[in-house]
Design a protein around this ligand. Structure first.
Ligand SMILES: C[C@H](O)[C@H](O)[C@H]1CNC2=NC(N)=NC(=O)C2=N1
Length: 101
């Protein structure tokens, strides 16, 4: 998968397909709210598993009942690439199953 930086238009187009995700500075971010702490911990572990599978890792923060992700591509000089959007899409696909909104 290319690790070329995406244009602002491409990032905007990608984020339109990712509800709740936004561009904050040079990273795409999302905070999921979970029914309770244990559900948030479970989503955190599941996201870590996906990130290992993709070999692409966000800053992943577990709160009382939240899971926050912030990611860009180090190997593209800290720019947003298709790898970041792909990670976000994988997380979007499983988050609701953990009770996230
Ligand atoms: C050596 C290893 O493949 C690289 O460091 C991977 C690991 N996870 C990564 N995560 C992110 N966000 N960006 C990267 O460029 C990256 N590269």
């Amino acid at each position: 998968m290319p690790t070329e930086p995406l244009s602002a238009d491409d990032i905007e187009a990608g984020l339109r397909e990712l509800p709740g995700w936004q561009l904050e500075g040079d990273r795409i971010t999302r905070t999921y709210r979970l029914p309770n702490h244990f559900a948030a911990a479970g989503l955190t572990v599941h996201v870590a598993q996906i990130q290992e599978e993709l070999n692409h890792h966000s800053d992943l923060t577990l709160g009382y009942n939240t899971v926050a992700l912030a990611v860009n591509s180090h190997d593209a000089g800290g720019a947003v690439t298709s790898k970041d959007l792909a990670l976000a899409a994988r997380v979007e696909a499983i988050a609701a199953g953990h009770g996230a909104r």
